[in-house]
Design a protein around this ligand. Structure first.
Ligand SMILES: [Zn+2]
Length: 83
């Protein structure tokens, strides 16, 4: 069965900080701007394991947040940061 992010996005959280995750192609990215953890998806299975986490650079992380409608600095949804 293929991995369907839309059906699980509300229950998946970052195993390190319990924050939201953003799905970007074949990775899941933690929205915590100080951690920027990225988890691989292998054979349609997200590997949400602390040992598998890799830390993205601020630039790479910001670009992914921006692509998914989030603030490239805070990782918050743009609608939330407008308040
Ligand atoms: Zn996290």
């Amino acid at each position: 069965m293929a991995f369907h992010y839309e059906s699980v996005k509300d229950i998946l959280v970052c195993p390190k900080c319990k924050g939201d995750l953003v799905y970007d192609e074949n990775i899941l990215v933690c929205v915590n701007p100080e951690r920027r953890w990225c988890y691989p998806i292998v054979d349609d299975i997200p590997r949400l394991l602390i040992d598998e986490a890799e830390q993205l650079s601020s630039e790479a992380w910001g670009a992914i947040m921006k692509r998914h409608g989030r603030d490239p600095v805070t990782g918050q949804r743009s609608t939330e940061s407008l308040e």
